[in-house]
Design a protein around this ligand. Structure first.
Ligand SMILES: Cc1cc2nc3c(=O)[nH]c(=O)nc-3n(C[C@H](O)[C@H](O)[C@H](O)COP(=O)(O)O)c2cc1C
Length: 217
C-alpha cells in the first residue's frame, strides 16, 4: 500500500481530539498509512518485496530508541521457499497459509549477548559491565527493547509502503531450534511482509476509549 492508494481510515472513531493538539503532526495521509488505514493482513498480493526494501525497513527501524542504545533485535528474513518450509512445521495451523503465502516472513528475535556490543553503541560509559553476570537483567532488557524494536519494525514497514502480518502463534522452542540453534538469539514473534490483499481482512476490531486505558494524574 502506498500513500497514494491508502484508504481513508476510521479517524473520527479512533480519536477523541484533533490531530494537531500536540503541535506538529505528520500529514494525515501519512497517519492513515501508518495507523488509521493500516491493517494486519492475512493474505497477500502477488508482488515481490526486494532485498533493498528489507534493508530500508531496517535502516528506519534502528533509529527508534532503546535503553542505553542496546539494539538487541536480530532479524532473519525468510524469502526463499525452502526457508519458509523450515518454518512451516512450527506454525499454529491457522497461521500456516498466512505465512507460507507471504512474500517474506521476518523472524523477529533478540540477542541475549546484545551487551557485548555496548562499547560500540554506547561508547561514553561502560554499559557492558551493567549486564555481565546478571542474567535476569539481560533477558528483561533484551525482551523489552527487542519488542520495542519489533514495533518500530512494523511502523517502519508501513511507513515505507509495505503491509505486515505479525504472528505469535507458533512453537517458540521449535523455531529457536530450527533457526537459532547454538546462538544467543531467541525468537520473539514473526511478521509476514508484503502487499496486503484487502479481501483477506475482516472489519476493524474496536479500540478502547482513552479512559479505559489511560489516566492523567
Ligand atoms: C505480537 C502480535 C502477535 C499476533 N499473532 C497473531 C497470530 O498468531 N495470528 C494471527 O492471525 N494474527 C495475529 N496477530 C494480529 C492481531 O490479531 C491484529 O494485529 C489485531 O487483531 C489488530 O488488527 P488490525 O491491525 O487489522 O487492526 C498478532 C499481532 C501482534 C502484534
Amino acid at each position: 500500500m502506498t500513500t497514494m492508494d491508502a484508504k481513508p481510515g476510521p479517524r473520527g472513531a479512533a480519536q477523541d481530539v484533533a490531530l494537531d493538539a500536540c503541535g506538529r503532526p505528520i500529514d494525515e495521509a501519512a497517519l492513515d498509512q501508518i495507523f488509521f488505514a493500516a491493517r494486519s493482513y492475512n493474505g497477500w498480493l502477488d508482488k515481490d518485496v526486494s532485498d533493498d526494501c528489507l534493508r530500508a525497513i531496517v535502516d528506519v527501524m534502528k533509529m527508534g530508541p532503546t535503553s542505553a542504545n542496546c539494539q538487541p533485535i536480530r532479524i532473519r528474513f525468510l524469502k526463499s521457499r525452502d526457508a519458509k518450509q523450515r518454518l512451516k512445521p512450527h506454525l499454529m495451523e491457522g497461521n500456516v497459509e498466512k505465512a507460507m503465502r507471504a512474500p517474506v516472513v521476518a523472524l523477529l528475535a533478540h540477542d541475549l549477548a546484545f551487551y557485548e556490543r555496548l562499547p560500540r553503541y554506547f561508547p561514553h560509559t561502560d554499559a557492558k559491565s551493567w549486564f555481565e553476570g546478571n542474567d535476569e537483567l539481560i533477558s528483561a532488557t533484551a525482551f523489552r527493547n527487542g519488542t520495542l524494536q519489533a514495533a518500530y519494525f512494523i511502523i517502519a514497514a508501513r511507513a515505507l509502503g509495505l503491509d505486515t502480518g505479525p504472528m505469535s502463534g507458533f512453537d517458540e522452542e521449535g523455531v529457536n531450534k530450527a533457526f537459532f540453534a547454538g546462538t544467543s538469539w531467541r525468537i520473539n514473534f514473526i511478521c509476514a511482509l508484503g502487499h496486503g490483499d484487502e479481501k483477506s481482512i475482516f472489519e476493524r476490531s474496536p479500540r478502547p476509549e482513552f479512559a479505559e486505558i489511560a489516566d492523567i494524574l
